[in-house]
Design a protein around this ligand. Structure first.
Ligand code: ATP
Ligand code: MG
Length: 355
């Protein structure tokens, strides 16, 4: 029997609620499959840990995480700590050193979910976000802090190697899909250094993928295209910042932030990859048991795929879609009243073949 070691980091806010639900669903998925077990260890890192220890996770956290096969992450952020502290102290503190450079974010209209585009067209995209450099490289600085003459700089840092590897990843992904289409998103008219390099790298490597059709859009035009011509898009590759914004839009177009999943991949598997719902801690609803766990479940599907458990992944995705398509009560972000627990039980019932 195969065993996969999973590090669960629920983090803050509704992250703790949806990861608990996701672990229950994963346990059922493994039991139903029968071919593998999950050895889960949970790490209570996040804002409570920060308030006690002055850091979001222990100093040796990366050493602790390294032997795991995957990381299942909730969210980082809490009103008691500035957002940039929690983000840099936990999520980015794992993504960057573990070289999880390909952030993969599928967006699809699941059965039964009313996105704004339902009835207009179908939507089936994968956004590939560069995840280790660019606008979130952390470069920049502030001088004369607090004074009228203060200067603040956030510098986007792109390396040719970093750009090429994420673009190649996106080409490889596009080739596995029926449409075999890849859209490059940049802002190379206004930003004339790194963004132009993105365009040049794309032009230089696309000949290696003759089976993939390509096009190029500026990020501002991309927002309108996603809304007005969504059927012209398939796989999308963009920088850290641009893809961050576009994937929130994609999540809204597919129904709700609450259903959207993401995988932070280290494709070479030198380090564990990390799987998480794209939503944040959602303080407005935390502790009420009403968070939508579907984003965490779909992230669990991506984790199972990455662990090589394709059959269990497909079964879990099917259970999710059979629940959303059944016309039962949905969670609040999708216009219903269902609690986290009810959604979890509904998906588990499908997994167990009881519904
Ligand atoms: P972060 O800064 O951590 O990304 P955010 O302020 O962008 O957080 P989110 O927490 O991602 O905000 O979500 C925005 C709003 O969407 C939440 O306040 C909440 O009302 C709603 N929301 C997000 N995720 C869910 C979910 N899983 N279930 C229900 N509602 C959700
Ligand atoms: Mg956000």
């Amino acid at each position: 029997m195969r065993t996969h070691k999973i590090a669960a980091i629920p983090g803050d806010g509704i992250g703790t609620e949806v990861i608990a639900a996701g672990l229950e669903v994963l346990k059922t998925a493994a039991a139903r499959d029968g071919g593998f077990t999950l050895d889960v260890e949970t790490f209570p890192w996040g804002t409570d840990y920060y308030l006690e220890h002055g850091r979001m996770m222990p100093e040796d956290a990366l050493e602790t995480l390294k032997p795991f096969d995957a990381i299942y992450f909730g969210s980082a952020g809490d009103p008691r700590v500035p957002d940039h502290v929690s983000l840099w102290g936990l999520r980015l503190a794992i993504c960057q050193p573990f070289d999880q450079y390909a952030n993969v974010r599928p967006a699809r209209l699941l059965p039964g979910i009313e996105g704004p585009l339902r009835g207009v067209t179908d939507l089936d995209w994968v956004i590939v976000r560069e995840n280790t450099e660019g606008e979130y490289a952390g470069a920049g600085g502030r001088v004369h802090q607090g004074h009228p003459e203060e200067v603040g700089m956030d510098v986007a840092v792109f390396t040719r190697a970093g750009v090429e590897r994420v673009q190649r990843f996106a080409f490889e992904l596009a080739r596995t899909r029926p449409a075999k289409h890849l859209t490059l998103v940049t802002k190379s008219n206004a930003q004339r250094h790194g963004m132009v390099m993105w365009d040049e790298v794309f032009a230089a490597i696309k000949g290696d993928y003759p089976d993939v059709e390509t096009d190029k859009v500026l990020v501002d035009a991309m927002t309108t295209r996603m809304v007005l011509k969504p059927e012209t898009l398939d796989v999308i590759v963009a920088t850290n910042l641009h893809a961050d914004i576009l994937s929130d839009l994609a999540a809204a177009l597919s129904g709700s932030l609450g259903i959207a999943p993401t995988a932070n991949l280290n494709p070479e598997a030198r380090y564990p990859s990390m799987f998480e719902p794209i939503h944040g801690s959602a303080f407005d609803i935390m502790g009420q048991g009403i968070a939508n766990p579907v984003g965490a479940f779909w992230s669990a599907v991506m984790m199972l795929e990455n662990l090589g458990e394709a059959r269990a992944a497909a079964n879990l995705m099917q259970a999710i879609e059979r629940y959303t398509g059944a016309g039962e009560d949905m969670p609040r972000d999708l216009g219903g009243q269902a609690t986290t627990k009810q959604v979890t039980q509904a998906v588990i019932a499908r997994l167990e073949g009881r519904n």
